[in-house]
Design a protein around this ligand. Sequence first.
Ligand SMILES: [Ca+2]
Ligand SMILES: [Ca+2]
Length: 139
Amino acid sequence: MPSTLYSVRAFATNGIGTGYGPQISFTTAADDGDGVALAVEDAGPNGGDGNNDGTADSLQSNVSSLPDATGSGYLTLEVGGGCATAQAVAAVAIGSMPTADPFGYLYPYGLLELTLPCETADITVYYHIPGATSQVSSV
Ligand SMILES: [Ca+2]
Ligand SMILES: [Ca+2]
């Protein structure tokens, strides 16, 4: 969603007439479209730049920083490889998997769910978890 200018003004009417409050205007920040609230990304690791590329993740539709589903810390998801954006990014608990993992893997920091508007992508996940080794995975 692009940034949007809003103007609001309060008014009250009684038997004497109508009184108006001051007009107040504010501009909403542009949403980068990845499904993670700007404030959540801005509160992320490294001053809101979880992939440490020098640009706030809240300005990058292909980078999402959000708390993991277990409350352990933040995860940063980075989409590349010709896919320019991730959508509807969310941290989900392992219990939300439709079927049990047939390989028996453990997911100590839950799962990330996302929608990609492309067929293939390189996905990197950065783990910002106290006591955990930062890990990069590409699929
Ligand atoms: Ca970044
Ligand atoms: Ca983002």
